[in-house]
Unconditional design. Structure first.
Length: 604
């Protein structure tokens, strides 16, 4: 036979492959058409490095084994230059679409949001075919916040005002300025030796983020009369009371002041809570547009009010939620002392903030009967979140808008109060008044059944508005003689009703007597005694005798039986004789006659 050269199978090279990637199948047919199997049979990408895979041809193909080296390379972690921290509402840079080590991909979220302070995670997903894994970038957005500015005015127009900036921020340390130009940044938040006038406070955190707030240093002339309109906050449903305080208010005979307010938020009512020192004069208030004009004069002498005391209060009605600035009209305000000389004056503005108040309605008031079912309900026409507190006449509380009282009792008689409070701590209160009438009390008999020997008069009692018996009768009483169930419904003058019933049964007396018992303390048939049915005997006497006629037990209470002992000693098993005597009224039918004699077997 002719000889042929052995064929070396060849294949298209596989790899390099990424670690943990899905590997392709090893081809079972070579480029020369040689079939066979591989060892190992599948490509393992879990281990980094080069692995040898051996192809063994099938028999009869005149081919030799061949190998393929497949390399598994390490996964690449995309690397980026960190972004931030960023200032709130600042222009954020674009997220890079290619990493520092050359991996391209996309981000989720796609852009950086600086509108909200906080820390956000952005995830980078590499494009396919790069042997790379996802990566994340943490971007922090923060800015300091000026919470308030404490101010001290200048005196006599000297540069001795003080401003203290109160700020908060997470990127410390914070530095402060009142120019913002970088020349006066300082670590202390207090600025001294300020002249009267407007300023802007600045705060900057360690990331260079800033916040600002305008303020004004006022001037105070020591010894001058100072009038202050207080800063207050009230809810919509209560009067707005604004105290006007005074300092150095000494020997004043008259004044004229004007106070601007927002008439869309508040409406002026009156002047009240006048200091007793001003009671000798006359107040003349008036409204011109958005200006409250107040003229005061004292007919003789002058008025002196202690420092810090309230001169009077302004009473307004709240019209709608909002903020009303209270500004003195400095051009028109004048204060005069008793000599007629105008005195220097200083006016401190205020604010009145009006919060929305809930408006609620409650249902359930009325007159009810004891035992009626009732659910108290409260609601509101607004969509705001409210907290509810019901309080009953006994002080018990319920925290839901609906209160299912169930069957009403006499302790529910009285007033229930419900209070609704909104997130501004403004509240509205409503009351529900309940009058609980007691349920009528009736008894047709001393028990649920009446044994009859003659006609019985059933009477639920007098004083009710209506009576309705089982047969439709509306009389107070009914005479019955037949056995059966009788019931009556009554209603009093308040419309409250009650029902009672009684069963009329024949008057009989009968008794059941067991013929054996087993006193073994298993709670089953341990005691020998008769069981009376129907009428209970008025008198009763049971005697137990041994077979030799000896009296070994006696009892005058039919509830008490023989336990199978004689003077505390167990009686032997056997037959014992009993004699049971009883008495009943003449109208009671006796099923068995007294005395009853017989025997009972004691079994052990």
């Amino acid at each position: 036979m002719p000889e042929t050269d052995e064929i070396v199978p060849t294949f298209v090279q596989i790899g390099p492959l990424c670690q943990n990637s899905t590997a392709p199948d090893l081809p079972l047919i070579s480029l020369e058409g040689i079939t066979g199997v591989w060892t190992p049979a599948v490509i393992n990408t879990s281990v980094i490095g080069s692995s040898t895979y051996t192809f063994t041809p099938g028999s009869g193909q005149c081919a030799v084994a061949s190998t393929m080296e497949i390399e598994v390379t390490n996964e690449i972690v995309p690397e980026f230059i960190a972004i931030g921290p960023l200032c709130i509402d600042s222009d954020a840079p674009d997220l890079p679409l290619t990493s520092e080590n050359g991996i391209s991909g996309t981000w989720n979220p796609a852009t950086i949001n600086t509108a909200v302070a906080g820390i956000t995670t952005y995830t980078f997903t590499p494009d396919a075919g790069q042997c790379a894994v996802p990566a994340v970038m943490i971007v922090e957005v923060s800015s300091p916040t000026i919470i308030a500015i404490d101010l001290e005015p200048t005196t006599f127009w000297l540069p001795n005002g003080v401003a203290t900036i109160i700020a908060d921020g997470t990127a410390v340390p914070l530095v402060y300025s009142i120019t913002g130009n970088g020349a006066d940044w300082q670590s202390e938040n207090e600025f001294n030796d300020l002249a009267a006038g407007p300023y802007t406070a600045w705060v900057m955190d360690a990331n260079g983020c800033m916040d600002s707030m305008s303020f004004e240093i006022l001037n105070r002339v020591e010894g001058d009369v100072i009038l202050t309109a207080d800063t207050v906050s009230f809810c919509m449903n209560i009067p707005v009371i604004i105290p006007v305080d005074g300092n150095n208010f000494t020997e004043i005979s008259s004044f004229y002041i004007e106070l601007e307010f927002d008439p869309s938020v508040m409406s002026f009512n009156s002047i009240e809570q006048i200091h007793p020192a001003l009671a000798g004069g006359t107040f003349s208030p008036g409204i011109v547009g958005n200006i409250l004009q107040i003229r005061y004069s004292i007919f003789s002498g002058s008025a002196t009010v202690p420092n810090g005391a309230s001169l009077f209060s302004l009473n307004f009605d709240a019209l709608q939620p909002g903020l009303s600035e209270l500004r003195w009209n400095l051009i028109s305000c004048e204060i005069f002392e008793s000599s007629g000389q105008q005195v220097p004056d200083i006016y401190v503005n205020g604010q009145a903030e009006i919060y929305p108040a809930p408006t609620i309605y409650a249902f359930g008031s009325g007159e009810y009967c004891e035992g009626d079912s009732l659910t108290l309900q409260v609601g509101t026409s607004s969509a705001e979140q409210l907290s509810w507190v019901w309080t009953g006449p006994t002080g018990h509380q319920h925290l839901e808008p609906e209160w299912q009282l169930g069957a009403l009792g006499m302790n529910d008689n009285g007033q229930f109060t419900v209070e609704a409070t909104n997130p501004y701590f403004c509240s509205d209160t409503k009351t529900v008044d309940l009058v609980i009438n007691p349920k009528p009390i009736i008894y047709l008999g001393y028990a649920d059944t009446i044994c009859y020997g003659q006609a019985a008069l059933l009477d639920p009692g007098s004083g009710f508005e209506t009576y309705l018996w089982h047969d439709g009768s509306t009389n107070q009483t009914i005479l019955v003689s037949d056995p059966g169930l009788y019931f009556v419904s009554v209603m009093d003058e308040k419309g409250c009703s009650a029902v009672d019933s009684v069963a009329l049964i024949p008057c009989t007396i009968d008794l059941l007597i067991p013929n054996a018992f087993t006193p073994n303390n298993d709670a089953l048939n341990d005691i020998f005694r008769p069981i009376f049915r129907g009428w209970e005997p008025g008198k009763y006497y049971m005697q137990i005798y041994s077979r030799w006629g000896q009296l070994i037990f006696e009892s005058t209470a039919f509830e008490q039986g023989w336990d199978g002992t004689v003077d505390g000693v167990l009686a032997p098993p056997g037959v014992y004789t009993y004699v049971i005597s009883f008495e009943a009224p003449s109208y009671v039918t006796r099923i068995v006659s007294s005395p009853v004699t017989g025997s009972v077997t004691l079994i052990r």
